[in-house]
Design a protein around this ligand. Structure first.
Ligand code: NAG
Ligand code: NAG
Ligand code: ZN
Length: 995
């Protein structure tokens, strides 16, 4: 299914590429830049109304992607995208004034709160690339719009600017913010997207005052367009031109009060409009004719336009625009409707989306290192496109119907499995090119996709096995802990890459993990083996051997015995701090170089409001909306058992297993001597709703420090934004829903902003909503189960059944860091966050019987292609550098993105240099061409974006790059400033074999 984007003026799919090409060629082929736009619209005394016909076609929401495309399940929603494509194209061919252009052009119109920058960049890159391949330079969108997403991210604005877009439009923003902006005519402004990147990250931004649907009285869609058609036959009893003209003139005048120039844009269309395009276009033809030929007035002119032509008209107006530097979260549509629930809705899909990205990046990297030259591209593309679909604002956002969420999971799962096969093939090809052998043939390699619930058939079988671990980061990892479920009837010994036996322990899997619904109940798979890899090379692979035996030997991993916690509590030792627990197994104190601090960790819940959504005050909590009944939380059960597992021999394990009443919650709290964070590994669910009340579960972490309501959250996993309780930086907010109105998206981390004294940060494994409701507290919502719909269209309660129908159970991880003085010690939250986001992946192979009996053989097999790094070992990179993208682009080129992960003002923040030529082991880079962030144009076009007039409140204006680093293809020495991402198309040659 190749449905490309919705965010087109008219829709396009690759499937009907031919038709669209005809339209492009016949209508506008010679003019696809701004010269195609209407001219003579510069009379300062006239109001120009730009009519922008559009259809907003969600890539899944109430129906699945394919149900929407083909028009099945019409009883759910009458929507068929293929009909839209066909009928629109016919209509465009009929009349050349009907403008056509692609807009946005990503694979989907992404959500902005719950998405990660890596996948946002990937999905734009992929969509724009397909447009370029299919339509050439006329297929390149110059503006983007995000008309439906529920709040807007500053980081995404910055990314869009760096992709070369001239403008960004949207239609949803906080009702109070909109009120002030209408009043002050600042709905249109320049959004400054970054504190680090200067004008390069600034983008002209416009907010549609009335939403993205058609103006009142002017909806002529076949489905849901209830307004009378225009009758221009003056002899007919139905003649209605005067009323329509009057209505239009009124709307236009009212609307134009809110805007600063004499141009306004009317979106003519809405969700799944234009299934019968003639109806819309015929009425608009008549409307335009009626308005422009009315002899009484010539102060208003209506024109067929597009967002890019509208942008050009604003640019030509020479207005000086106001600026904005904060973001558009959270979004409230009325005083009781804060769209902050979806930051957490469908937590398991949100996690799966991150896992999908992890596999996609590994798949693309290994395919590149293997020099497969694109032979597996269609397999990888399956996952590229699945991830593109998942970014959609009703996919990872969690605001779709249940059957649609199930379908997203199916699409993603099938694509992950396909990419795993390419990983197997690539590893074998890399080995072959080294004149070696990978330890197993591709078809013998296995992947364990259930390790999130401590399940894996190969490791639990009782056989000996090999595990290869690949680190997708461009920096080595030390002390990486591996944890695998094994069969407790056997004894195990672990051998490292050199064949040396290394320390390992066994630890019981708590019953609340073993009983997660859907976890295969294999006999005796009740324990996990734990061992540590001291050093995992950058972009490196190692293979360890786990030998099973029915005999216990001196070196067999020993089972750690759990001990109930005694009356004086217990202490776990970490690298940066120690954690004290009381006699009930609750953490109570952190001791560090910053002294001793009380610490509390709790699981609590809010009760979701119930109402019929008819009045604002009757709003229910639902898939979009978070609206607790009370502004306080309730206890979610008590700890009934706390057991300490401490490995005194090797220091591999120090953990407390907390079991709660009725198994609704269980948590492992881990800290080891060399870890820089405490890990909270939790299981939540099924959320009980016996009292007919939906519940929204939060985890709280609190220290005894006053942060005065200040905290920071990340935008899409990248820049940090400052938040303050009951405060918005650009307008005097009044918040009636105190908790929901202070929730913000947390994509990767949340930090207390405590100016003096110790502070904490929590890293998350997926997107969640979070805030700081009390002094010293971080609160993160991890799961929600609600029994009522919130009235915004999904028409289904967010009541995920889980695999057994009794309610979804989720497992997740938080990592808690401690730092000092409001100055987040980014030297560790930045890299730790990348490590959490882009975890090493594991590939398994059974050891066959013969090898099993001959230890030497085992050893040598494991050593083949072992301890291999794709990064040249002489290349030690500055810690600021992150490898964001490496993938095959065309048969002779690869796409490479490097990034500086530090933000201004952070301890490690500085400009760094890298030489590209000899970065990698399997190839040498011979030629580079720097591209825009989305890789669809050379970098120098960035300087040719429309330059709107505005007063930049920014000293750091490196908009223009020195020519040497843009056009010069031979320079391999590149610099990366704070928060800078640089994108290159590279040519490579195979190096002399040298390892
Ligand atoms: C609107 O403009 C007025 C007058 O210029 C200014 O004082 C006020 O701060 C502005 N309000 C907002 C919310 O931008
Ligand atoms: C865009 O498409 C053209 C024509 O197919 C191709 O030559 C060019 O390399 C493409 N651009 C990029 C950046 O891939
Ligand atoms: Zn939508």
């Amino acid at each position: 299914m190749k449905l490309l984007i919705l965010a087109l003026i008219t829709l396009c799919s690759i499937r009907i590429g031919e038709c669209v090409r005809i339209v492009l060629e016949e209508n506008i082929a010679d003019k696809c830049d701004y010269s195609k736009c209407p001219t003579e619209i510069n009379d300062g005394h006239k109001l120009y109304v730009h009519l922008v016909p559009h259809t907003h076609d969600d890539v899944g929401w109430l129906k699945t992607v394919d149900q929407y495309y083909y028009g099945t399940k019409q009883s759910i929603q009458k929507a068929s995208v293929q009909d839209i494509l066909d009928t629109v194209i016919d209509e465009l061919i009929r009349n050349k004034q009907r403008q056509f252009e692609f807009i946005n052009g990503g694979w989907s119109m992404p959500d902005e709160a719950t998405t990660h920058y890596q996948s946002l960049i990937d999905q734009s890159t992929w969509g724009l690339r397909r447009l370029n391949d299919t339509f050439g330079h006329c297929g390149r969108p110059t503006v983007t719009w995000q008309i439906d997403p529920f709040g807007h991210s500053r980081e995404l604005a910055s990314l869009y600017a760096q992709m070369g877009y001239d403008a960004l439009y949207f239609a949803r923003e906080d009702y109070q913010d909109r009120y002030y902006r209408q009043f002050n005519q600042t709905l249109e402004h320049v959004w400054q997207g970054s504190d680090d990147l200067g004008k390069r990250a600034d983008i002209f931004t416009g907010m549609m005052q009335m939403g993205y649907g058609p103006p009142k009285g002017l909806n002529w869609d076949l489905v849901g367009g209830e307004n009378d058609h225009i009758v221009d036959n003056i002899d007919s009893k139905e003649y209605n031109v005067p009323q329509i003209v009057k209505q239009f003139r009124q709307l236009a005048k009212e609307y134009s009060q809110y805007y600063a120039t004499n141009h306004i844009m009317f979106p003519m269309g809405t969700d799944f409009n234009y299934q019968s395009a003639h109806q819309w276009f015929q009425n608009m033809d008549k409307l335009i004719n009626a308005i422009n030929s009315d002899p009484k007035f010539n102060d208003i002119q209506a024109i067929y336009s597009t967002p890019s032509c509208y942008t050009k008209a604003l640019y030509d107006s020479n207005h000086t625009w106001p600026t904005k530097r904060d973001d558009y979260f959270p979004y409230a549509s009325d005083p009781h409707a804060f769209w902050t629930g979806y930051y957490t809705s469908r937590p398991s899909l949100k996690r799966m989306e991150r896992v999908g990205n992890n596999w996609l990046q590994v798949c693309k990297q290994l395919d590149s290192f293997a020099l497969n030259n694109g032979q597996y591209d269609s397999n990888i593309t399956r996952l590229r496109e699945a991830m593109g679909i998942l970014q959609h604002h009703d996919a990872v956002a969690g605001t779709e119907k249940q059957h649609v969420a199930n379908d997203y999971a199916r699409i993603l799962h099938e694509a992950i499995v396909e990419c795993q096969q390419i990983i197997s093939l690539s590893l074998n090809n890399i080995a072959k090119s080294l004149g070696q052998q990978f330890h197993s043939k591709p078809d013998e390699l296995q992947f364990c996709n259930d390790l999130n619930i401590s399940s894996c058939s190969i490791t639990e079988s009782g056989h000996s096995f090999l595990v290869s671990i690949y680190n997708p980061l461009i920096h080595p990892l030390s002390n990486h802990t591996v944890r695998l479920p094994v069969n407790e009837r056997f004894f195990y010994q672990v051998f490292d890459d050199k064949g040396q036996s290394i320390p390992a322990v066994l630890i019981p899997i708590p019953e609340w993990i073993r009983e997660i619904p859907g976890r295969p109940q294999r006999p005796n798979s009740n324990v996990e083996i734990v061992f540590k890899i001291n050093h995992l090379e950058a972009l490196g692979l190692v293979t360890y051997t786990i030998r099973s035996s029915s005999q216990f030997t001196k070196r067999s991993a020993r089972l750690i015995k759990g001990k109930p916690i005694e009356s004086n509590g217990i202490k776990l030792f970490g690298r940066n701090f120690d954690l004290f627990f009381d006699e009930n197994g609750k953490p109570r104190k952190i001791m560090s170089q910053y002294g001793s601090n009380e610490f509390r960790n709790a699981i609590r819940y809010y009760e979701g409001s119930i109402g019929d959504n008819q009045l604002q005050t009757n709003r229910s909590s639902g898939a979009y909306i978070f609206r607790p009944i009370e502004q306080t939380t309730n206890a979610y059960g008590e700890i009934v058992e706390s057991i300490a597992y401490i490995d005194n021999d090797y220091g591999l394990v120090q953990e407390i297993h907390q079991k709660y009443e009725d198994n609704v919650f269980g948590q492992i709290i881990r800290l080891t001597g060399d870890s820089e964070f405490v890990e909270f590994d939790f299981v939540v669910g099924p959320i009980s709703v016996w009292d007919n009340i939906g519940k929204e579960i939060v985890l709280q972490y609190q220290i005894d420090q006053d942060n005065e309501g200040r905290f920071k959250t990340d935008a899409n996993g990248r820049q940090l934004l400052s938040r303050k309780w009951n405060y918005r930086p650009t307008w005097p907010v009044i918040i009636e829903e105190h908790i929901a109105g202070n929730y913000y998206p947390v994509d990767s981390r949340i930090l207390l902003d405590n100016p003096d004294g110790p502070s904490i940060a929590v890293l998350t494994d997926r997107s969640e909503g979070g805030t700081s409701p009390y002094s010293g507290m971080i609160e993160l919502m991890v799961h929600r189960r609600l029994l009522h719909d919130d009235g915004f269209g999904v028409d289904e309660a967010l009541n995920e059944p889980g695999v057994d129908g009794h309610g979804l159970v989720i497992r997740g991880r938080h990592r808690l860091l401690l730092f000092k003085d409001g100055q987040p010690d980014s030297s560790y939250h930045r890299p730790l966050s990348q490590q959490f986001f882009m975890e090493p992946i594991m590939i398994f192979a059974k050891l066959n019987k013969q090898r099993h009996h001959h230890y030497h053989h085992t050893k040598s097999m494991a050593m083949i292609m072992n301890k291999f790094s794709m990064l040249r070992t002489s290349t030690s990179l500055p810690p600021q550098i992150h490898l964001l993208t490496l993938e095959q682009w065309s048969y002779d080129r690869l796409l490479l993105r490097l990034e500086n992960i530090y933000q201004q003002g952070e301890p490690n923040s500085k400009k760094v240099r890298v030489n590209l030529r000899n970065l990698f082991t399997t190839f040498t880079i011979t030629h580079v061409e720097e591209m825009t962030l989305s890789a669809n144009q050379p970098i120098n076009v960035i300087d040719k974006r429309l330059q709107f007039n505005y007063q930049s409140s920014d000293d750091n204006q490196f908009y223009y790059r020195p020519p040497s680093s843009t056009a010069n293809n031979t320079s391999m020495d590149i610099e990366l400033g704070p928060m800078e991402i640089r994108t290159f198309l590279i040519k490579i040659s195979k190096p002399q074999r040298q390892l």
